[in-house]
Design a binder for this molecule. Sequence first.
Ligand SMILES: [Zn+2]
Ligand SMILES: [Zn+2]
Length: 399
Amino acid sequence: MTNKMKGVTLLADWNPKPEFKLGPKDIDGVQTYLGSKVWKNPEIKIMEHDIPEPGPEEVMIEVKVCGICGSDVHMAQAYDDGYIYYPGLTGFPSILGHEFSGVVVKAGEGAINKRTNKPFAAGEVVTAEEMFWCGQCKPCADGYPNHCEQLDEIGFNIDGAFTKYIIVPSRVVWSLEPLKKVYSGKDLFLAGSLVEPTSVAYNAVVERGGGIRPGDNVVICGGGPIGVAACAIMKRQGAARVILSEPVPERAALGKKLGADYVINPLEENFTGRVLELTDGMGANLYLEATGLPTQVYPGIEKAIWEGRTLNSTVVVVARADAKMPVTGEVLQVRRAEIVGAQGHSGHGTFPRVIESMASGMDMTPMITKEITLDEIPEHLIDLRTNRTDCKITYVADK
Ligand SMILES: [Zn+2]
Ligand SMILES: [Zn+2]
């Protein structure tokens, strides 16, 4: 047996912009929380890596499936001046990939399986949170692991899952055994790889947005992976109407398949007019901004809140954007509306609830529109810069 494995690796040059200052959590030459201000000339290479060994509280997982995320695409993509698109925590070289599922190969003695409350055994089907929160800092101790001040992220600043084996601390590992009730073979792993992105949507609409009551109306702006996952969750929570605003026909169709009742094309239709028409003039209880284009999208949401008759609407901002939202305080005041931000997917039991939702019938697998091999990952990281018709392009180890 060889002690090497192939990994899809991102390399880039540490070359901070003049205005960049090393932050308290940055490590000179190694990692930064402001990726796009530091890393230049990204290059994707399939490289040989040593096969890692698990420590006492770690689990070694054989990766079976791993989806490509928009952030993978943006880490490997540069502006004209050479700096990468992705603005967040990054440390290169790193193996990319964080939306994965696999099988436990071995684990340290202190690596506890939350399903059994006993040490992990080989053969358990699992997934893991992408955010390795520390459990010791102030935000973690306060119950907000998504805002951990000592964060590591697989596939961002530490090695990810576009490879054969990955090492993960047991605290972020979740068993996928419940999914065996509804999936088998490859489908089990495909579904398991969607727990992470679905948990981002769940955290946004349920944990941060407060969820809805059966009979409420929901508007989802943006039919990317998070938007369509939110359609499924909101329909399952009992929405009277889930309205998806999305101009790309393939994405709109996928949103409908997953739970949207109506689709609006915001480039061809009057967004606010259609929302009010479809809700008998009421508007929505919950709006999700999942486009990353808040300057274009927010004015329509605000108008629907203002002109609709629903009080107490919540707007959840989940897409990242380096842009100011044009917010009118008067509208929030008069309509008792609020705007909340959502980041990440950990904590508050989000992963196990997403797994149990999937195990009881919430089928997310239509999100996977293409399956590829490891060698095909680099070309698809480039393809996804412009491809708006595929949802999840997913690496399958046994393809
Ligand atoms: Zn992701
Ligand atoms: Zn922490």
